[in-house]
Each structure stands twice: as C-alpha cells, then as structure tokens.
Write a protein that binds this ligand. Structure first.
Ligand code: ADP
Length: 335
C-alpha cells in the first residue's frame, strides 16, 4: 500500500485488503493510524525510523504474524509492504524448542555423570559398593545419551533422504523376523506373550532402514509400556489390497488428550516412567516421518488401562507379492 508522509492512504492492493482488513475504495484517503490501531504500529509510524521492519500480530487475527516494511516511494509518499510470516515464525519457534529440548535431554545424564566423576576428585574415595553403583548409573546415562544421539541422527537422515530412494523392494517378513528376535531378548524380564502373524509373501517397496525403525519403534514401545505378563500381537497382512501393519498390546493405554500429541518430538505421556525405559520421546516422531515418506500415516487407538493399537497401511502401489514365498508358506501350513 502507498501512503502520504502525513499518513493518508493513496493506494492498496487486494492482498493488503485481505491481510489488514482495508476496504477499497472506501478507505482511500483515510489516515493509516485510523485503520491499523495496533500500539506497536502507531509507535513505529511516529518514530519515522523505517530502517528495520516491524513484526506485529495481524489486527484481524492474533494467530497471524505480519512483517511490515516501509520504504520511500515518490516524493512525499511511502510504500508499505506487508508479508504474512506466520509459517516462518512457527518454524523458528519449532527450531528453538527443538534445541532447548535436546539440551535439556542431554543435560540430565550429563549432570549425573559429572556428579559421580567429581566424587573421584575428592581426597577420600567412596567405598567400593558405592563406586560400583556409580559406575552402573554412569554407564546407563551414557547409553541414554548414545541412544538419544542415534535417534537424532536417524531423524536428520530421514529428513535429508531423497524421495527416489524410497522404492526399493523390501523383504518385510524377514525384517519382522529380526525384530521378533530382538523383541524376544528385550522381553526376557517381562515375559509377555508375543504373537507375530506375518504374511510371508507380503513385501513392499520402500526404504529398508527407515521401515525397520518404524516397525521396531512400535513393537518395542508395546513391550516398554505393557506390564509383565501382558500380550502383544503384531500383524502384517494384506487388507483391502493394502499392506497393513499393526501392533496391539493390553498395556498401560493412553488417555485421549495425549493421543494427537504422541508423534511430536520429545512428547512423552509420563516423563518419569519413559525415562526409566530409556525413552526419549523421539520414536514416534521418527515413525511418523518415515510413514509420511511412504505415503502412509500412523493410526493410534487406545484406552487408558486397557491397551493400545498402533497401525498403518501402505497403498496397493507399494505392495509386492512374492509368489514363491506364498507357496512355501502354504506348504508349511499344510505339512
Ligand atoms: P519414548 O522414547 O518415550 O518411548 P515414543 O515417541 O516412542 O517415545 O513414544 C512417545 C510416548 O508415547 C511414550 O513416552 C509413551 O508415553 C507413549 N506410548 C508409546 N507407545 C505406547 C504404548 N504401546 N502404550 C502406551 N503408551 C505408549
């Protein structure tokens, strides 16, 4: 929009009407300070120093952030350019939150390790039993940091991966066999009943490493968040021409208000509990990211105290049927 040095509007385009709520031609000649009454803006205008842009909330919608730049136009006139920077601001905020979260997550284990190491520095060393405990705790905390850094790396790898690397044939049944073995060893203390219903002929096109973390995050979470002796069922089947994966547990369950937030980075329902499981709150964020890259999305249904189902499906264009493997499974089933 263009306004005269004394503040009257000379011209504005359609977007200015949309962003600032101007009416044209009715507002022609009106003082701009009558139309935009935001105190920050009035102050900015009166100061007459336009070397820096002004950021302010939209007078029409407080959720929207606008950036205003004023430059000299023809003699006695100024041109004001307004930009909607809401998305930019959100991204900036996300980046700040992310750095703050990572620092916070690393600070806790570092404080513990530093604390114990400082004990070594004093004249009287702690008794062996105490030192043993210190060593175990320090190791746990170091593993925690290691796992956090690995998850952060895998997140950044997925974010940086190219789309075209996403359609290699992946032997999902074999992948699930590996995950089953890992799950069994993770499950030793808890002794859950682990059931894997896997269609051995069902492969898909995708990125193997990424899919492995998506599948395993859900299976390992079910183990972590289900009390000893619980039941976990993993399904990999063709349903409505789609390759469908689900993990159902009869564990802790999740209250409805948390469900939509679970895939946010660092979001944990019970920070104290998931800390004991070594959880960082990044697993489901990674899973969501992987699924988006494979044109799928995570579906979560859960009841507090009863259990949860985490599921997703891949479209028919991604499905690969391996005929030989079907025969083999049928034979095995018959024999
Ligand atoms: P974490 O590393 O903390 O497990 P995730 O991103 O994998 O992080 O999960 C986020 C949160 O979702 C967990 O902290 C936990 O509170 C909840 N959650 C995930 N899976 C389950 C499950 N099967 N049952 C109950 N709660 C779960």
């Amino acid at each position: 929009m263009v306004f005269r040095a004394e503040g009257n509007i000379v011209w504005c385009n359609k977007l200015a009407q949309h962003l600032l709520g101007f009416h044209w031609p009715e507002d022609s000649g009106q003082p701009i300070s009558n139309l935009i009454r935001t105190p920050d803006f009035i102050k900015y205008l009166n100061k007459k120093d336009f070397s820096e842009p002004l950021e302010m909330r939209s007078p029409l919608n407080v959720e929207r952030m606008l950036e205003l730049r004023i430059v000299p136009y023809t003699e006695g006139e100024h041109l004001m350019v307004v930009r909607d920077v809401t998305r930019l601001k959100q991204l900036e905020q996300m980046r700040k939150d992310f750095v703050a979260n990572v620092s916070h997550e690393l600070r806790t284990p570092l404080t513990v390790v530093t604390g114990y190491l400082e004990m070594l520095d004093s004249d009287s060393l702690p008794p062996p039993a105490m030192w043993q405990k210190a060593q175990t705790t320090m190791l746990e905390q170091c593993k925690r940091m290691d796992s956090l850094v690995n998850q952060l790396l895998s997140l950044s790898r997925i974010e940086g991966a190219r789309r075209q690397d996403n359609d290699k044939p992946v032997n999902v049944p074999q992948l699930l066999t590996y995950i089953q073995t890992e799950a069994q060893s993770l499950n030793q203390d808890k002794g859950h009943e682990l059931i894997f219903n896997v269609d051995a002929s069902l492969d898909i096109k995708g990125a193997e490493d990424e899919l492995r973390s998506a599948f395993s995050n859900l299976v390992f979470n079910a183990i972590h968040y289900t009390k000893p002796g619980g039941k976990i069922v993993v399904d990999w089947q063709l349903k409505n021409n789609q390759a469908a994966f689900s993990v159902t547990d009869n564990g802790d369950g999740i209250a409805a208000e948390h469900i939509n937030r679970l895939t946010e980075r660092f979001y944990r329902v019970d920070k104290a509990r998931s800390r004991t499981t070594g959880g960082s709150g990044l697993g489901l964020a990674i899973t969501k990211h992987v699924l988006t890259r494979h044109d799928s999305r995570l579906d979560i249904s859960s009841k507090l105290g009863q259990g949860s189902t985490f599921a997703f499906a891949f479209g028919s264009d991604k499905v690969v049927r391996i005929a030989n493997k079907t025969e083999k499974t049928e034979k095995t089933a018959k024999s």
